[in-house]
Design a protein around this ligand. Sequence first.
Ligand code: HEC
Length: 245
Amino acid sequence: MKLTVALISMGTIPAPVIYAAPDGEDLSIGKSLADMLVAGETVISREQDRIDDPKLGDKGLSGETLLEQTREIYRRATGVDAAAVDPASRHGRLLRAQMDAIVEVMDANQTTINAKGTGFKGFIPAVFARLVNEAFARKAKGEAEVKVTGPPDRIRNRKARPDAWETNVIKSKLLAPNWPRDHAYSAAVETGGRAAFRVMVPQYYDETCLACHGSPKGEVDITGYPKEGAKLDELGGVISIILYR
Ligand code: HEC
């Protein structure tokens, strides 16, 4: 109704507008999706000992329970209640797709997580994140993608390899000695023949990561991969978000 009034008062019929989100909005959506993914990984990390306790059966980590804890960490990190983000907005739609992906992955892995008599189950934050990102890609239907990648010499899973653009950003920006810590890199860049806005959010190794990614280099960790010899605070990974336009 308002639109009609405006058009009449302007006295002209405007040319069709091709919607393009301003870069600032896309950047904040990208960071928000990274924050939610990290929040989920944080819950898995916090629960890791319980998940891998062979004496425990049901861990009480259903999709809904995990999501509730994830949203709380996201809320503390961002000051935003994810449930309050307008579901009709691009941000709200993508955030919901991601939260649905978290629930789906947890519900699909209950048998693994609750297996009694098994210690280490391989359900670690990196695996959780990869599965959530795969489920998210299906739900976001070509509108957006989230991937965890990293410096090429730090990659374990082939699926996590950086593409040419990511490799260049990692080498020339995120690994540059003067790059400010925690600062995301973003750019509008054509990807797969489509106009896109891309965001790269750096992640650094903390003490908990070094049990697997640290020293001695080459020694096999609990997951069966050789350790990378990484050091505290080095760039360990990057959450790479593509928002297609
Ligand atoms: C229990 C061992 C373990 C711990 C602890 C661990 N990781 Fe990993 N990490 C792995 C494994 C295994 C993979 C491969 C997962 C897969 O199959 O996709 C991985 C994958 C990754 C990836 C994705 C890229 C790739 O190589 O496939 C990043 C980034 C990463 N880890 C960073 C971290 C950071 C940062 C921390 C600490 C916050 C951490 N990891 C803690 C074992 C671990």
